[in-house]
Design a protein around this ligand. Structure first.
Ligand SMILES: Nc1ncnc2c1ncn2[C@@H]1O[C@H](COP(=O)(O)OP(=O)(O)OP(=O)(O)O)[C@@H](O)[C@H]1O
Length: 639
């Protein structure tokens, strides 16, 4: 019996050692894969001769592989029969002096009758790419937009520049609907743009039959599908009614279609192409980068960061407009009240408010009567205030795509603006339970958490991955906290700590007890109920260090999520992840990069200094932190 057990133990040790080797090989291969992919993209870019300001990306994957740099140049630069009129109306109607990157190509492609997907960062001027062609074409352009409020904002704007535009939606009166339906087949085209919701297309047979009639009369100039990523379940904002829009191309096959979005990966676009039944669209992708935005992540060292936010608003953003994004409607009310108590003109905005209250807050903010809107994600699409100088996230977003879109509401006027996210431990699990039913919700949240936890990669590089873009960190120009304070981290050996904290969860599970991440923290720090304390080694790490280590272990598979559902709520517990067993092997080690600012004096064994630190220390012969700081000061002084 003893021999058998010894054999089993020996075999277990050998299997574990082998598994560990496999893990190491997998991570090496994954690293190699990332490098090769990046190199592949670079080579493809060279081969495609992508120009520096814009690239017809995805064209090889989505549509005719033949849309080349030369084609793009042709549509950017050539003179077309409509060019004079387009240029004249750009100035006289829209009062703009010149096009932004890709606008001219998009307009020319659309005017040439091509189907087009236009991926352009939020606030760069996608609307112009269908509004200007609408003005220069016979008949009218059908615009599908997801929200009535968004359409109303557009109509208000178009009215201010004397462009005739109308909307048909659930709240249109009978007379309005009748007038508009008649206008669609009127040769004199009383309006140039007709905005409708996707529901209207799906539900109104009358509208569809009028569209067909207008099509046959040559009066339907083109179709614009705004926020086209809403078609795809893989997009960040799927709307079921968008799935039915394929009917448009099926019934009206010759009308050019333009799909517009700020955030869509090539897979999402492929899906949209299928759903919309578009055969061979050209895809134009403007660079995702917004060079005027400074990205920063700050740790919440307690759950309430309102004091810090108030200080920023009072000092750094005095008299400047901004948005504070929060997690819930309740948070919007509470944080707005807290800011008001600190003498800041702030108002809440969330989906549960009366429409009139919402539009009042919007108006007051647009006209600078209030400085800050404290909002849930309901404050989003259609917000077109140019001089937003800061977007602060009181709570992290649920994905990088969402964060990019929300933070992108800053600096639409191309002036510099800050995007700061406050990263709080407890928030991760609040959001995790909220997205529990979403297809890829946990993965996307993990990417967002990794973005926040990251201390050594350019923030833009982390975003670039989501937009299938190749990113050269130098282009960041120190416009993110990591590039600006590049040596502010140390690589630590956290193996011993990982073992300790894994033991806590293991011990709890052996007595059928589930621990939330907050309870694990408390237990490890020697707080909370005594029964937890008995079974663990209390740590001398600070709370922030403890939180960072737990997040690291969660992101790297040593812990995983264990959801428990009640009729009223979902709970997040920590359980051992697939890699936890590796910690039993005495040779296994885990390292993690940690910000110096997070670390207390008692912290864990340091493995090595950051590469930046090492090399700059060698070359400069002085304390690298000081050196880097002086560079940072030259660029921008932060409080
Ligand atoms: N060529 C241009 N020159 C200067 N400003 C422009 C130009 N084109 C558009 N704009 C301005 O940029 C702002 C944003 O435009 P628009 O609302 O079309 O952005 P968008 O890309 O649709 O953003 P979102 O993704 O948030 O919907 C508007 O104020 C618009 O007037």
């Amino acid at each position: 019996m003893a021999n058998n057990l010894d054999d089993a133990q020996a075999e277990l040790d050998s299997v574990e050692a082998e598994l560990e080797m496999v893990e190491v090989q997998i991570s090496e291969l994954l690293e190699k894969q990332t490098k090769l992919n990046s190199r592949k993209n670079k080579l493809l870019q060279i081969l495609e001769g992508a120009c520096s300001s814009a690239q017809p990306s995805g064209s090889s994957k989505l549509s005719k592989p033949s849309f080349s740099k030369q084609d793009l140049q042709h549509y950017e630069e050539s003179d077309f029969s409509w060019s004079k009129e387009v240029q004249a109306k750009l100035c006289s109607v829209f009062q703009l002096s010149k096009f932004r990157p890709l606008q001219r190509a998009a307009i020319n492609l659309s005017m040439s009758g091509k189907d087009l997907f236009l991926v352009m960062p939020t606030g760069r001027g996608k609307s112009l790419c269908y509004q200007l062609p609408a003005l220069c074409s016979n008949g009218f352009t059908l615009v599908i937009a997801p929200l009535v409020s968004l359409m109303e904002d557009q109509l208000m704007y178009l009215k201010s520049v004397n462009v005739p535009a109308v909307t048909l939606n659930a709240s249109s009166t009978k007379e309005d609907s009748k007038r508009i339906l008649a206008g669609m087949i009127d040769k004199n085209s009383p309006f140039k743009l007709l905005y409708v919701t996707p529901e209207k297309i799906a539900k109104s047979k009358l509208l569809m039959s009028k569209l067909e009639k207008a099509y046959n009369m040559g009066l339907l100039a083109r179709i614009a599908v705004d926020e086209v990523h809403c078609c795809s379940q893989w997009g960040h904002d799927f709307r079921p009614d968008y799935k039915l829009l394929g009917i448009l191309k099926r019934q009206l096959p010759k009308v050019p279609l333009v799909g517009l979005t700020a955030t869509a990966t090539s897979n999402v676009l492929k899906d949209c192409q299928k759903i919309l039944c578009v055969q061979e669209p050209v895809t134009l992708t403007a660079p995702f980068n917004r060079p005027n935005l400074y990205y920063e992540v700050r740790f919440k060292d307690n759950e309430d960061c309102t004091d810090q936010i108030a200080q920023l608003i009072r000092e750094r953003y005095k008299n400047q407009s901004g948005i504070v994004y929060v997690f819930s409607q309740k948070d919007a009310e509470v944080v707005a009240t807290d800011l008001q108590k600190r003498n800041i003109l702030a108002q809440p905005y969330h989906a549960n408010m009366e429409p009139s209250d919402k539009s009042q807050v919007h108006q007051q903010w647009a006209s600078k009567k209030i400085q800050v809107v404290v909002a849930t994600v309901a404050f989003g699409m259609g917000i077109d205030k140019a001089d937003v100088r800061f977007v602060i996230h009181h709570t992290i977003s649920k994905s990088i795509e969402n964060y990019y879109q929300e933070s992108g509401r800053a600096g639409r006027d191309d002036g510099s603006a800050d995007c700061i996210v406050f990263f709080g431990f407890g928030d991760i699990f609040r959001i995790s339970t909220m997205v529990v039913m979403e297809n890829t919700g946990q993965q996307k949240l993990q990417n967002m958490v990794a973005y926040c936890q990251n201390v050594d990669r350019c923030r833009r590089a982390m975003m670039a991955i989501h937009f299938d873009e190749v990113w050269n960190d130098e282009e960041c120009n120190q416009m993110c906290d990591v590039c600006r304070h590049g040596n502010d981290y140390i690589t630590m050996d956290i193996t011993k700590y990982a073992r300790d904290v894994v033991t806590i969860v293991e011990a709890a599970s052996s007595v059928d007890e589930k621990l939330t991440p907050l309870k694990v923290c408390d237990a490890w720090l020697g707080k909370g109920p005594a029964k937890h304390r008995k079974m663990i080694k209390v740590t001398s790490l600070s709370r922030l260090e403890v939180e960072s280590i737990i997040i690291h272990l969660l992101l790297h598979g040593y812990f995983s999520e264990d959801f428990s559902f009640t009729p009223y709520t979902t709970h997040f517990y920590l359980k051992l992840g697939r890699k936890a067993a590796l910690l039993k092997n005495s040779n296994h080690s885990i390292t993690m990069k940690m910000r110096r600012r997070v670390m207390s004096h008692t912290t864990v064994k340091k493995v090595s200094e950051s590469p930046v630190e090492k090399s700059s220390a060698k070359v400069q012969g002085k304390r690298p932190a000081d050196d880097k700081k002086s560079v940072a000061k030259k660029v921008k002084t932060l409080p």
